[in-house]
Design a protein around this ligand. Structure first.
Ligand code: KIV
Length: 286
């Protein structure tokens, strides 16, 4: 149930109980129309801080603010009927202390109506995850490649290929034991994802982490071909909407210049003499 009290919505315990079952379907959304499209097909809709790069043109997620997450969270909430809605806590809004995390998570939940929050980090965030979970804030954890730590990691490389595999494994175990209801595993090798998925109680949700995970998540603009700044290997494009949109805009520009648009069917005629203005069914003057 969300802060809006819709009783049929998928809950964090529902997600946790799906461990080892039919894979969980998860996508991001940042706007009401896209939330309406993804909601019927998804178990989880994430208002990811990827919104900063995808919709606001930022170079990383580091510049995303709590206010941005709340604005997009409110928009997405209006488009969700059944999926579990999760909102990312942005960089700087939770790392300082469990109390800071609770204050900002509670604000995000009450102002957007989301059911849960996501935060990045493993062993170092376990205490915070336990603190939040014990106070009514369901937490989705995020380990492996954690984009908010891009400056300390040094790039968007695959994580856990060498000596850091054991650290990522410990991170996943720590956040699951702390009470996270699900763990996002980003950009780790298949063998590590399989091992972690077999070891942790919470379902793992992979992004660039193979089908061994308990579910998958993608950035919706990536899989629709709307975000072209870069194309990670783990993204499958299910549509090329960016190309379709560019072609449509070029056609419009051509037709405007050639006076082909607007055509007769888009133009309003004068009112018939003596008849007054008649309203059509659509409410437009004919
Ligand atoms: O911000 C985001 O969209 C995410 C997903 C890619 C997991 O964290």
């Amino acid at each position: 149930m969300s802060a809006f009290g819709d009783t049929k919505a998928i809950t964090p315990p529902d997600i946790r109980s799906r461990k080892g079952g039919t894979p969980l379907v998860c996508l991001t959304a940042y706007t009401t129309p896209v939330a309406r499209l993804v909601d019927p097909h998804c178990d989880v809709v994430l208002v990811g801080d990827s919104v900063g790069m995808v919709l606001h043109g930022l170079p990383s997620t580091l510049g995303v603010t709590l206010e941005m997450m709340i604005t997009h969270g409110q928009a997405v909430r209006r488009g969700i009927k059944q999926a579990l809605m999760v909102v990312d806590l942005p960089f700087g809004s939770y790392e300082e202390s469990p109390e800071q995390a609770f204050r900002n998570a509670a604000r995000v939940m009450s102002e957007t109506g989301c059911t849960a929050v996501k935060l990045e980090g493993g062993e170092t965030m376990a205490e915070t995850i336990g603190f939040l979970a014990a106070r009514g804030v369901p937490v989705m954890a995020h380990v492996g490649l954690t984009p908010q730590a891009i400056n300390t990691i040094g790039g968007y490389r695959v994580q856990g290929r060498g000596g850091d595999a054991e650290r990522i494994r410990r991170d996943a175990i720590a956040v699951s034991e702390a009470g996270a209801f699900a763990v996002v595993l980003e950009k780790v090798p298949e063998a590590l994802a399989r091992r972690i998925t077999g070891e942790v109680a919470a379902p793992t949700i992979g992004i660039g982490a193979s089908a061994a995970c308990d579910g998958q998540i993608l950035v919706v603009d990536d899989m629709l071909g709307l975000f072209g700044d870069f194309r990670p290997k783990f993204v499958k494009r299910y549509a090329e909407l960016g190309e379709a949109a560019a072609a449509a805009i070029a056609s419009y520009a051509h037709e405007v210049k050639e006076r082909q648009f607007p055509a007769a069917e888009h133009v309003f005629a004068d009112a018939p003499k003596h008849a007054g203005t008649q309203a059509t069914k659509s409410g437009e003057a004919a």
